[in-house]
Design a protein around this ligand. Sequence first.
Ligand code: MN
Length: 740
Amino acid sequence: MAYNVSVEEENKEIAKRYKDLLKGTYKSLTTDNKKDIRRAFDFAVEAHSGQRRRTGEPYIYHPIAVAKIVAYEIGLGTKSIIAALLHDVVEDTHHTLDDIEQEFGETIARIVNGLTKISRLSKDQDASIQAENFRKMILTLNDDVRVILIKLADRLHNMQTMDAMPDHKQLKIASETLYIYAPLAHRLGLYNIKNELEDLGLKYTEPEVFNDIFGKIKNSKEGQEKYILSFSNVIKETLTKENFKYKIKGRTKSIYSIRKKMRVQDVTYDEIYDKFAIRIVYKSEPSQEKFDAWKIYSIVTDHFQPNPTRLRDWITQPKTTGYESLHITVMGPLGHWVEVQIRSERMDEIAEKGYAAHYKYKHSKEKESSLDTWLNRLRETLESPDVNAFDFVEDFKLNLYSDEIFIFTPKGELKAMPTDATALDFAFSIHTEIGMKCRGAKVNNKLCPINHVLKSGDQVEIITATEQTPKLRWLDFVVTSRARTRIKAALKDEQKEIANEGKEILTRKMRSMKIKLNKATINEMVSFFKLKTSLDLFYRVGNGSLESSQLKDFTIQRRNAFLSFFKKRMKRNTPSPTLHKNEINDNFDMLVFGQEEEEEQLDYSYAKCCNPIPGDNVFGFLTINEGLKVHKKDCPNAVSLQANYAYRIMKATWIDSSQQNFNVFLKVSGTDDFGLVSQLTRVISNNMHVNIHNLNISSVDGLFEGQMTISIKNNKQLQKLTDNIKKIKGINKVERIHKQ
Ligand code: MN
């Protein structure tokens, strides 16, 4: 890129950008504050002098921009602005941390130190330890939240200016952003930054998708503005009569979330009805805020019919991110459903800026806010040791994006839990010991099992039993990272204990069969029983799943190599009882992809790095240029692929291609017409290899809706079938749904 600016012009530009930085913050800054910031600015300018960004611009543009995001979009104060200005000084210049501490004090030095540590992590080229790096980064939340907040600002500016980067770096940085930074921004309530990070992430990972949706949004802008105007015209008069000072604006869904919705619900751009929401932001006294919100609600619903199933009151019970707002969906002008968000100016600022704004309004005498609770919880979880960094990051991420439900304790206190939380999750959220000993729960006074999925508003009382211990299968249904980490840690301890016992038992048994238990025999046994490690072996002996008769098989095999040769051959078709029931046999020769019940046949090829063969434990990875590649789960590249591109990983399952049929749910709708049903069934049965399992038809006011389960061999067949159904007169729409 050509970059041709004189030094003089450049210095002018630097000064201008610095002025810009202070412009929006001057209100809250004292003269001393401003002096300190100026000092940091001069220090940074000197330190970075001569350095340039990849675009050719002076390097100092970057720290100024980061400081600006920190001040304006996150709403942090002087110390953070200074730390942002200095954030790359230690990493990229001759200045040391000691210099910073001497010049700007201990707090700022500590924040800059945290930022330097993180930046060293992400520079590490060895992708296989990326998960460990993410973990270390998450751990800095423990030290000072400001480190992560400034890091998010840094990442945002880097994403905004990524065009000058080489392609492969763009992809890596963008994937990382989607993988960890956007979820973190979300959890800290920085909605604007989260949306921008996601949109930019999409721009560099899936440019065609991004541009397509971007264009469509641009085209619909004008219509949208007109729509909002016609909406506000209806309620304007009443709002003014009630003396409200307010603003009505449109809020477009982010490109990324539109794409996510299109994918998850399998709909087209035009079929998404909530592409934008209408936001009413009103001025209010703190004591009147809630009352005013409901007053506006009442005015809006006087003119527009509300959808009673879509009312969310985040004012009475704010989200754990601190988010407050009243959401309703009403039948707006032109007969379109539209979401209306009602919130005060204060709530609006918290919603946009998140964490920092939340604290600005918090009074010290108030009880601990839900965001505090979350951070404290997080600290606890972070402290518990967990060896596997990848699991840690995955579990942690689980809790970043989940929606919330609210549960009452027996005393009537409210607790926020993620959606799909079970009684057991709730037990762990109260106390680790209560989780470990949880035997069941009383949900609204009815006895329920520990895997009972809770609903918002449930009142839950946990029942414990002293003899209860954590079980492996608990991991199948808990959803909170707190419960997962605790259960895993407990199981590991338990497993070690059982394995120790098992080792003693095995030594004794082998001795009685005149075999010495040494490294060589242990290895023989591990491979004989098709296990992975000696720990597995000892564990199975310890818990009795490996029985004496099987151990005998081993000794016989060992003593008589000839006989065992045949035994082994015979065993291939009769799986030994130690192995899983659904062990893969020779017929399992083809892969399908996706979650259970929704598996699809897709074209795939095997990755060269690990050369999987049928029956191996594998997963699918969507590459940019070479389609779907299949890797072994223990491929050396697996961790880095999963850590960096988790969203491109697909679950892969081996199937017997000679027998496989897929169940697919179809929804058909149209105008009711005589003979439609018989035509429909005829079309389906005329398609070879397609069977209808069931068909439910309902017809109301001449509108026809049918749902059916059919079993088919592959996607092509499905395509052909839906095409044929669409040709039937009266059918308007055929769509594939995920469940009936
Ligand atoms: Mn930076």
